[in-house]
Design a protein. Sequence first.
Lengths: 254, 570
Amino acid sequence: MLQATNLTKRYGGVLALERVNFRVAPGEIVGYLGPNGSGKSTTVNLVVGLLEPSEGHITLNGVAVDEHPVEYKRQVGYVPEEPFLYTHLTASEYLTLVGRLRNIRPDILEHRIAGLLNLLQLHDSRYKTMRAFSKGMRQRVLLAAALLHNPSLLVLDEPFSGLDVNAGLLFQALLSLLASEGRMILFSTHRFDMVEKLCSRVVMLSAGRIVAEERVASFARGGAQSLEDVFVRVTSQPDYLPVAQQILDTIATT
Amino acid sequence: MNVRNDTPFRLLTRHFFSALFDLGFLSESQTSSLAQLIAGIAGALLASGFILARVMMYRYGALQDLPNATLYQQTFLTDHVFLIAVPMWIVAFVAVLVGPSLLPDETDFRVLGAMPVTRPVVFGAKLAALVLFIGLFVAASEAALLPMFTVTTISPHREHAYFVLLAAYLSTAALGALFAALSVTALQALLLLLVPRRVLLTVSAATGSLMLFALVVGVPLVGHVPSFAQAFESGSRWLFLFPPAWFVGLEQWLAGESQYGSLAVAAVGGLLVAGTTAAAAYLVLYRHFDRVMIRPARGDGPLIALRPSRPGGVLRRPAFTAVWAFTWLTLRRSALHQGVMVAIAALGVAVVMSHVLDLDLHAAFATTDWRRRELISALTWAPFVLMFAIALAVRAALLVPIESRANWIFRLTEQPGTRAQQMDAAAATMVCLGVIAPCVLVAPVQWMLAGPVSLMAAIVTALCGMVLVEILLLDWRRVPFTCSYLLGKGAVPLTLLKGVFSFVFFTNVGAALARVGRTSPGSAGLVVIAVLLATVIALRRLRRHLRTEEPLEYEDTLPSEMNPLRLSPD
């Protein structure tokens, strides 16, 4: 179980996250939604251990990130929002680097890299430096790197960005299977369709605070038309039609 | 925002011009401090131009009193080789540094290909930016050298009018610099067009490093050429192997000295060949812009790649192996890192070559007298110079980040238990390149001259090198290439002073210890080895202990003591 308690993060005097509480149970895919600047990426960075909270605690299967960071991070796989990779390396070299840093036995590592590259359709490109990779290919390398050590928690920040339809469908199936095997998945995204399809529960964030946390199915029972409508309502988003009209007016200015 | 109504050509020219100053690893504020640094260097060059002119004035003053013009003319020619070689060297150096940016690249293709700008505009703007960039360095170097040029012309023995000589000098120095820039551009273009995609990055990086190395090491070599004046007088053939001599010939020919016609032809021919090759390559790229895409052919791979495992092995130190492989792959594939390393290391090679070339090598190998002892002494000192330069060069290269936002994977997997292993990888890289390589390079010659006792000297030398590496890495808290880098953290004069002092201390004390190893291979030599070994072990333990205690750095920080002079009233 991933448990975040009273998570608060300040950057200097700026409050990015305020007393955020949520949990992800084994077998659960939790969607983490919020407008830009709402604190989603900050939460993700806190959960994977890249940032330290100003206040609050995070535990994963009873291990606190601040007390036992190594043991905690050993259980976490992470796909970042932007495909930040060492692009002068090949996919195979990058995965080898990650595997060694994660202390995976060489024979197991070799087997896993070969399998993942093959299944994620990167086998033909395994000896090309990633400089020549498309965004989708880089995203697949990141997913392979996140799965390499068979983590119990997978943290995904916009994982479908840049993926083609086939890879997207493969990702969906993979996430469902991982969850059915008891893995925890925290899924930060802007894609409501994916959340509705994949997630059992959704947490909505606005201006650094949680504004809604509910099972995905219960939104429909509450009378709302879709998750998107609920999101717009609870995160106090503006009425888009007038704004869209203003944009049209702006570009039409001569 | 102030939006100016510039044409796409002017906008792109400005963009390409600024991009030539972007080293790729500095933040915006750091780029501006780099610009300040460049301005400072330009100022220093200008000042040194005046100082050198002052020195030359004494020489030319003495030459004025001589009854005939022969010595004046010889000095004039020799100095003009220098005056023309300097702008050529500066422009070649800068062109090698900005290497891949000399031609439209993959980013230009991807970004500008989708914009409503025509290909002629893109290529024209790139060329215009290059001309401006090269022109800037030509103008700066010519301005710095102008006082010196003027001094060389103040003489009753002068055969041509000042303004004729000035016009000839300015034009040939500019043409020489243009030749240097075109040669580098042509080479880069040929690599891009001819080398297979899969090895292009490696070959391009290696070629750039080789050119930097040749440029730095070439400086002392030129200083040891016996006499340019006599060579010009006798029409020596070797002058045709030395491009600055071509342009001195062209300068003299333009001033009216017809005997330099063949060198002038060489200069024009060289310019035409370099210019035609660069133009042809630009033309091919213009017609096949997609060739700049560095997408290798299907199934191709790099020549050497990191493999997941060794057969049947369980890695004893996986974090060490990971960082070791990452370090070597980066040094092999990144032109920037190779360039930093090679340029600094070449300074050491240049110092050694300059010193060794001063000796009478033929006599030293043939006899057993003092000349031989002098050579042995020089070769005992040489590896220390090389170790100092290369160790610093490797350290500097490891400091420069690559894709710094990708360092999250190291941050995510950092463990106190493996930090020391990761730092060991940096130390091992420095030992391989900065200690073993110089020792292996010099050892055969030392053996030839001094026999088996040179082995003791080699062991002492290697141990001194390892002490140096440990000292250089004592406060090192970063996985190579993963930490951001702030330029100019320390005071430059103080850093230079420390560097010079360390160099003098290390090379002299080290060479003295190696001499003890060679001359007293018995008890004294063994004591030296034992003391050095104990120092290496103690420093290594201290470094490993410190690294286990402290977390690694991923963001470079300014020194905590921000106001050491206590100038603030607080």
